[in-house]
Design a protein around this ligand. Structure first.
Ligand SMILES: Cc1ncc(COP(=O)(O)O)c(C=O)c1O
Length: 341
């Protein structure tokens, strides 16, 4: 437990596995850290952040958790899981259209009893619309006597990042046990808490692992500004003695495929490869996109032959079932479905 901050115990050590078939095929030594195998609400990276965030909410006497994201947010689903497990209500708010069906994460949110609030965008900045929507929800719930605890998008605040600080310590130890002192860790980058937590943990604890993030959505000026602010928030809040700055971050911005959560053939190819060679399921929004980026990095010589790579599987499986991805999969896969009369 770093910095003496208390947390819930939701996640046991997740496996670090060697992937022999893909290693052979790609001419690297590929390992995978199975954070998709975390135990609640269908698993994923956010449970590590929620160990800290939900503990804080309970300490503050919260009765309702409010969080935000896209309509199909994995973070929302896992927040719903932990909130319900600890007897709290959960509201997931999105500035997004209704996708036309209660499926994938929205289905799981509802099964776990969370409320989903979808507000169509009015074209103004998303953060302004979120601020207004959340203020309205909080006001309404407080009027009914609820104590609302707000968790930002992706659970990515200073407290949430500690979940991946812990994961970095766990991973460095596991890598050492496998004789892997020199290796590059690769992770998808969304709201940045996973990446920053890992980076701080690896550097501050003196691990001999480097870290490359692969952005899964366009990483422009706003994100550039945010990541520097975010680093400074974590360092200040926990009084971390480090000289880390933006130059120490290695974030690949060239594999976003143009937009957040967009269907992309190369991503589906990467998903098929992982599934058919190693029986591991990636998702189209985060891990499939990051793995497609990893493959491109090998082709471009950014990852060297024989290099030890640890790919973090951050979860996201329900994303395979979202309507706009499912139709693409169906087009490509229906030919292998034989209907016999
Ligand atoms: C499956 C999955 N992988 C990766 C990420 C990215 O993590 P972060 O938002 O901490 O950058 C997310 C975020 O929602 C996710 O759901």
């Amino acid at each position: 437990m770093p910095f003496g901050i208390d947390k819930l115990h939701l996640v046991d050590e997740t496996p670090l596995q060697y992937l022999p078939e893909i290693s052979k095929l790609l001419d690297i030594e590929l390992y995978i850290k199975r954070d998709d195998m975390t135990p609640w609400g269908a698993g994923g990276n956010k449970l590590r952040k929620l160990e800290y965030l939900i503990k804080d909410a309970l300490d503050k006497g919260a009765t309702t958790i409010l969080t935000i994201g896209g309509a199909q947010t994995n973070h929302g689903r896992l927040t719903a899981a932990v909130a319900t497990k600890y007897g709290m209500k959960c509201i997931i708010a999105a500035i997004d259209d209704y996708p036309g069906e209660v499926s994938a994460n929205i289905l799981l949110d509802r099964i776990m009893g969370a409320e989903v609030v979808l507000k169509q965008s009015d074209g103004r900045s998303e953060s302004i619309q979120f601020d207004e929507l959340c203020a309205e929800i909080i006001k309404g719930r407080e009027a009914k006597g609820e104590i609302v605890y707000y968790i930002p998008m992706g659970g990515s605040n200073a407290l949430g990042a500690l979940g991946y600080y812990d994961a970095a310590i766990e991973l460095a130890r596991q890598a050492k046990e496998k004789g892997l002192e020199e290796a590059r860790v690769i992770s998808a980058v969304g709201s940045m808490g996973t990446y920053l937590g890992l980076l701080l943990g690896l550097k501050n604890e003196g691990a001999h692992l480097s870290l490359t993030g692969i952005a899964i959505s366009p990483f422009g000026e706003t994100k550039e500004k945010r990541i520097v602010e975010y680093l400074s928030e974590v360092i200040t809040q926990f009084n971390i003695n480090t000289a880390l700055n933006r130059e120490d971050m290695d974030i690949e911005k060239g594999y976003t495929r143009g937009a957040y959560n967009n269907p992309d053939y190369k991503v589906r190819e990467a998903i098929y490869l992982m599934a058919r060679k190693e029986a591991i399921l990636l998702d189209p929004c985060y891990t499939g996109k990051a793995f497609a980026g990893l493959i491109d990095m090998i082709k471009e010589g950014k990852i060297k032959k024989g290099e030890n790579i640890i790919f973090i599987h951050t979860g996201g499986l329900p994303g395979l079932y979202t309507k706009h991805h499912r139709v693409e999969f169906e087009n490509e896969l229906l030919d292998g479905v034989k209907v016999m009369l």
